[in-house]
Design a protein around this ligand. Structure first.
Ligand SMILES: NC(=O)c1ccc[n+]([C@@H]2O[C@H](COP(=O)([O-])OP(=O)(O)OC[C@H]3O[C@@H](n4cnc5c(N)ncnc54)[C@H](O)[C@@H]3O)[C@@H](O)[C@H]2O)c1
Length: 283
């Protein structure tokens, strides 16, 4: 395993998880966020995850110690970025905001630093175009929560270099990932396929085909999905799914991504899923 210095930008749900698995791999990891309280929360969650892992025998006590000793936090990524081998971005899902960040990062980093984005649907090519070295930009799509879900969806643009891809594969291997490589296209593989099922389940509920529980049980028991599409939508958040549906409907022009009326209504009513206490289920 090569020594790596990783900077993660954004310490929300995803950034903290990505930082955790990088630190567990023994990488020197700096987790950064504009918000000090996001960093404080992230450290609490990471430590709790590690403690739970040790208690369940999934994490060796030594790995917990390594992770905590390798991890540091900062409110300004500009200080850490110049020493990074890899920067992984996990900030808000907004193309302009991400493009601005990548433009700034490409001014700060070394000439061989890899820049990964954790976007779940946006164009990696458009993000790369904001930088001086698009060949070093790549999609590094981790799944929530990263310490449990092992998939790493790697997204390559027409300009991503082979060296960049190989370096990300090495990070994936060190952090215990199972990897797939996908060409940059709207929704990649995971969001595009997952959304079709989720939106169709919502349309079925809207049409009164079956209850939310029975639609979910259809996929859990009939197709061995660990979780039905409506419960999953509650966990992913309804507003997130609506935004991605709108984006895929617009970019792919395919009717199956047209947001169902029921989804639009629930989001407008503030029923956003587990985080708001109610989505398709009460939590
Ligand atoms: N939540 C998920 O299940 C999930 C899964 C896969 C991918 N993603 C993607 O990961 C990314 C992050 O999602 P999240 O759910 O962790 O978001 P989040 O809202 O939980 O966290 C985002 C964090 O980024 C910080 N931030 C925003 N702008 C910043 C900037 N310019 N510099 C530094 N910090 C900044 C915010 O303070 C916040 O703490 C998004 O692109 C999202 O689409 C999310």
């Amino acid at each position: 395993m090569a020594e790596q210095r990783v900077v993660v930008v954004g310490a929300g749900v995803m950034g903290r998880g990505i930082a955790q698995i990088c630190a567990m791999a023994g990488y020197s990891t700096v987790l950064t966020d504009l918000s000090q309280s996001a960093l404080d929360d992230a450290l609490v969650v990471i430590e709790a995850n590690l403690d739970k892992g040790v208690a369940r025998g999934k994490v060796a006590p030594a790995a917990r110690t390594t992770a905590l000793s390798q991890l540091s936090t900062a409110t300004d990524y500009a200080e850490a970025a110049p020493t990074a081998d890899v920067v992984i971005e996990a900030i808000t899902e907004d193309l302009d905001v991400k493009r601005r960040l990548f433009a700034h990062l490409s001014e700060l980093v070394r000439s061989d630093t890899v820049l990964g984005t954790n976007t779940s649907s946006l164009s990696v090519t458009r993000i790369a175009e904001a930088t001086k070295h698009p060949e070093r930009v790549i999609g590094t799509h981790f799944f929530n929560p990263p310490h449990i879900l092992k998939l790493l969806e790697i997204i390559v643009t027409p300009q991503t270099s082979d060296t960049t891809l190989e370096r990300v594969r090495a990070i994936g291997a060190d952090t215990g990932r199972e990897m797939i490589v996908v060409k940059d296209s709207p929704g990649f593989a995971t969001s595009r396929l997952g959304l079709v099922l989720g939106l169709e389940a919502i349309r079925m509920l809207q049409d009164g085909v079956a209850s939310a529980e029975d639609i979910d049980r259809a996929m859990e028991l009939g197709y061995r999905h660990p979780m039905g599409p409506l419960r999953l939508t509650d966990l992913i958040w309804l507003d997130t799914r609506l935004n991605i549906a709108r984006y895929l409907h617009e970019t792919l022009g395919a009717e199956q991504f047209r947001p169902p009326r029921l989804l639009i209504e629930r989001v407008a009513a503030g029923k956003l899923g587990k985080k708001s206490g109610e989505g398709f289920y009460r939590w």
